[in-house]
Design a protein around this ligand. Structure first.
Ligand code: HEM
Ligand SMILES: N[C@@H](CC(=O)c1ccccc1NC=O)C(=O)O
Length: 276
């Protein structure tokens, strides 16, 4: 059998004047951005693992922002589709830990000092995702002061309602209630509220009567479930690789990350389950 020749079948082979795959996807800057600071073999894995995570987070933010707009406009079906996609993105990020776990403490130690004070703690996209979802700790913005445009992006996020706030608007509208305006704190983490908990409980007591809100609640719980798994995978991988060393970002490391496991994004949706 002779070798397959794509041009024989009409495949375009000349791209001197036309947009090609590499052009459309801007692959030159992307594939030219793996700059190792050491000669340690595993640093390449470490860089690509973070870069791909940041790309998936970029998409998660795009979807979450659109989901929030669609929900505010009452478009439940498109909101659900986007929230499902974000949960799948987290599934992807969760599986990716298996690749990073192939790196041992001995291998990581070979280049850890080269990382200086840099840390995932300074991921502005991770912080933005937390802010969009409703976990708004303003103190986390300080590390971005040296990058005014990123700081402004985080500040802009804190000037609008979180996705959970918009879900609470939909919940109040469904039940013909108004929540105390004090629960909509734009620049502080959302705190569990009894009225909100009772409202979600009413939805779960009559799913058929409130199907859209019931589905919305389950999409949010699903998302938080996957997000928690990401945190758990992170802290377990960190303990496996650096034990209880301090983090390069300056926190206590595993102790800090364990504390973060206690964060609840949508607290009433979890607490309400015990009263059904
Ligand atoms: C060898 C692998 C890793 C180690 C040893 C590690 C270690 C740590 C430590 C110790 C912290 C606490 C902050 C500090 O003081 O530095 C942290 C935070 C963080 N890391 Fe990692 N990490 C690893 C991989 C990753 C990966 C692959 C990502 C994906 C983007 C990531 C994202 C983050 C984020 C977003 C935070 C902030 C978490 C929060 O504030 O709740 N890390 N990491
Ligand atoms: N905080 C990590 C370093 C680290 O993991 C890291 C360093 C630079 C860029 C991203 C990182 N990933 C997550 O924190 C450590 O203490 O070893």
């Amino acid at each position: 059998m002779s070798a397959y020749d794509p041009s024989q079948e009409g495949a375009k082979t000349s791209f001197s004047d036309d947009m090609s795959y590499i052009d459309y996807l801007s692959l030159d800057p992307i594939l030219g951005s793996q700059k190792r600071l050491s000669d340690a073999h595993d640093e390449m894995l470490f860089i690509i693992q973070h870069q791909t995570s940041e790309l998936w987070m970029r998409l998660a933010l795009f979807e979450l922002d659109a989901a929030r707009r669609n929900l505010a406009a009452g478009n439940f079906s498109s909101t659900f589709k986007m929230l499902t996609r974000v949960a799948r993105i987290y599934d992807q990020l969760n599986s990716a830990w298996d690749v990073l776990r192939t790196m041992t403490p001995s291998e990581y130690t070979r280049f850890r000092d080269d990382l200086g004070a840099s840390s995932g703690f300074q991921s502005h996209q991770y912080r933005l995702i937390e802010y969009v979802l409703g976990n708004r700790n303003k103190a986390m913005m300080r590390v971005h002061e040296h990058r005014p445009e990123l700081y402004a992006m985080l500040e802009r996020e804190l000037s609008q309602k979180s996705l959970y706030h918009v879900a609470l608007d939909a919940l109040a509208a469904e039940l013909g209630e108004t929540f105390d305006p004090a629960i909509y704190r734009l620049d502080a983490p959302h705190q569990a509220d009894q009225q909100v908990m009772d409202a979600w409980a009413r939805i779960y007591q009559d799913p058929e009567g409130h199907w859209s809100l019931y589905e919305l609640a389950e999409k949010l719980v699903d998302l938080e479930d996957y997000f928690r798994r990401w945190r758990f995978n992170h802290v377990t991988t960190v303990e496996r690789i650096i034990g209880f060393k301090r983090g390069t970002g300056g926190t206590s490391g595993v102790a800090y990350l364990r504390k973060m496991l206690e964060v609840e994004l949508f607290p009433e949706l979890w607490k309400m389950r015990g009263q059904l």
